[in-house]
Ligand binder design. Structure first.
Ligand code: ACO
Length: 328
C-alpha cells in the first residue's frame, strides 16, 4: 500500500528576539504575567525588509536538503498561512521561484490559521497516494507581527514569526508514514479569533484603518476553551482511527499556542507532558508554523526514533482544527 511520509523537515526563525521584558516596556504587562498564563518567554520578529515567502523558502530549502530531494524536483508546494506576502498571488508561487522549484508544478496557499499546516499535510497525502504529485513541500509560515495590535496587551504578547516545512514523498513498502489525518471546522465561531478588515467583507479604507479592524481580534477565554476541547477530540479521533492507546504514542507535537492549553490536552488524552514536545517558551504562538517548527526541533534534538508514533494536533481561527498520526 502506498502511503505518504515526511522525508525531511526544516525551519526558519528570524534572528531578532522580543522578550517579555521588552514587551513590558511597550504595554502594561510583565514577564511573570505572560509566563504564568502562557509559558512564553520570548518570540522572534521578522525584519521589515523581508516577507513570509523569504522565511518559507528558507524552511523549504532545509526540508529538501534533509530529504535529499533537489528543490528543482518539487512538483507541488502548499503554504498554510494567514499572513502571506499579499492577498494574491499565492505566497506559494513566490516560494516556488525563490526555492528554484519545478516551474509548471503546482503551488497554492491554504487558509486554516493554526491548523493550516496539518490541513496541508492531509492534502499532500491525497496528492501523493493518488499519484498526482511526487515531491510535495508543505510549509506553515506566519509573520503575525505585521497583523498584531502592538498596543493591545491581551493579544500582542502571544504571537511570533517563523516558518516550518516538510518534504513529503511516497512510501511504497513498510510500516512508516502518515497513518491518518482528521480535519474539522466550525464556522459558527469565526468571530472569536479573526482579522476582520482587509478582504471583501470590510475592505481596507481610512475608517477601518483608524478602528484597527485590520489587526487581530480575539476572545481569549473562548478560544482557550475550544482549543482544549477540540484538540483533545481530534487527538482521540487519531487514536481511535488507528486502534491505538495513549500509551502507544511516543511524542505529541501539538500546536504551540500556550502551555496551559497543551497541559489541558495532556490531562484529558492521558499522555503525560513529558511526551509533549515544547518550544512555545522560545517562539510564542507562530500559528501554522508552530507544528512543523516543533517537529523540526524534535528531529534535530534526536528525540524521535525510527518506528515512533507521533500524534499531531492543532486548532486556530475559523475555528479550524486537525490531527494527524505518523509512524516515523
Ligand atoms: N499582561 C497583564 N495583564 C493582562 C494581559 C497582559 N498581557 N492581558 C490581559 N491582562 C489582564 C486583563 O486586562 C484582565 O484584567 P482585569 O481582570 O482587570 O480585567 C486580566 O488580565 C485577566 O484577563 P483574561 O483575558 O481573563 O486572562 P486569562 O486568564 O483568560 O488569560 C489568555 C488570557 C492568556 C489570552 C488566555 O485567555 C488564553 O491563553 N487564551 C487562548 C488564546 C490563544 O492562545 N490564542 C492564540 C490564537 S488561537 C490558538 O492558537 C489556539
Amino acid at each position: 500500500m502506498t502511503r505518504s511520509r515526511i522525508a525531511g523537515t526544516g525551519r526558519a526563525v528570524p534572528p531578532r528576539k522580543l522578550t517579555n521584558d521588552d514587551l513590558s516596556k511597550m504595554v502594561d504587562t510583565s514577564d511573570s504575567w505572560i509566563f504564568e498564563r502562557t509559558g512564553i518567554r520570548e518570540r522572534h520578529i521578522l525584519d521589515s525588509s523581508l516577507a513570509a515567502s523569504d522565511l518559507a523558502a528558507e524552511a523549504g530549502r532545509k526540508a529538501c536538503l534533509a530529504a535529499g530531494v533537489d528543490p528543482a524536483a518539487v512538483d507541488c508546494i502548499i503554504v498554510g498561512t494567514v499572513t502571506g506576502d499579499c492577498p494574491f498571488p499565492a505566497t506559494a508561487t513566490f516560494v516556488q521561484k525563490k526555492l528554484g522549484a519545478k516551474p509548471g508544478g503546482c503551488a497554492f496557499d491554504l487558509s486554516a490559521a493554526c491548523a493550516g499546516f496539518l490541513y496541508g499535510v492531509s492534502i499532500a497525502d491525497g496528492f501523493i497516494r493518488g499519484g498526482q504529485f511526487k515531491n510535495v513541500l508543505v510549509v506553515g509560515v506566519e509573520v503575525l507581527s505585521r497583523i498584531v495590535d502592538w498596543t493591545d496587551r491581551s493579544t500582542c504578547v502571544l504571537f511570533g514569526d517563523g516558518a516550518g516545512a516538510v518534504l513529503m514523498t511516497a512510501e511504497r513498502e513498510g510500516r512508516r508514514g502518515l497513518l491518518s489525518t482528521h480535519l474539522f471546522a466550525d464556522g459558527s465561531l469565526t468571530e472569536i479569533l479573526w482579522q476582520p478588515a482587509g478582504g471583501s467583507r470590510e475592505p481596507m479604507n481610512a475608517e477601518n484603518l483608524a478602528a484597527k479592524r485590520h489587526l487581530v481580534k480575539m476572545n481569549g477565554r473562548e478560544v482557550y476553551k475550544h482549543a482544549v476541547r477540540n484538540m483533545t477530540a481530534s487527538a482521540f479521533a487519531a487514536l481511535e482511527a488507528n486502534g491505538l492507546k495513549a500509551d502507544d504514542v511516543a511524542w505529541v507535537v501539538g500546536h504551540q499556542a500556550n502551555l496551559r492549553i497543551l497541559e489541558g490536552v495532556s490531562e484529558r488524552v492521558g499522555i503525560p507532558m513529558e511526551r509533549f514536545f515544547l518550544n512555545v517558551d522560545r517562539y510564542g504562538n507562530t500559528s501554522s508554523a508552530s507544528v512543523p517548527t516543533a517537529l523540526d526541533e524534535a528531529i534535530e534534538q534526536k528525540k524521535v526514533r525510527d518506528g515512533d508514533l507521533l500524534l499531531f494536533t492543532a486548532l486556530g481561527g475559523g475555528l479550524a482544527w486537525a490531527s494527524a498520526m505518523v509512524r516515523w
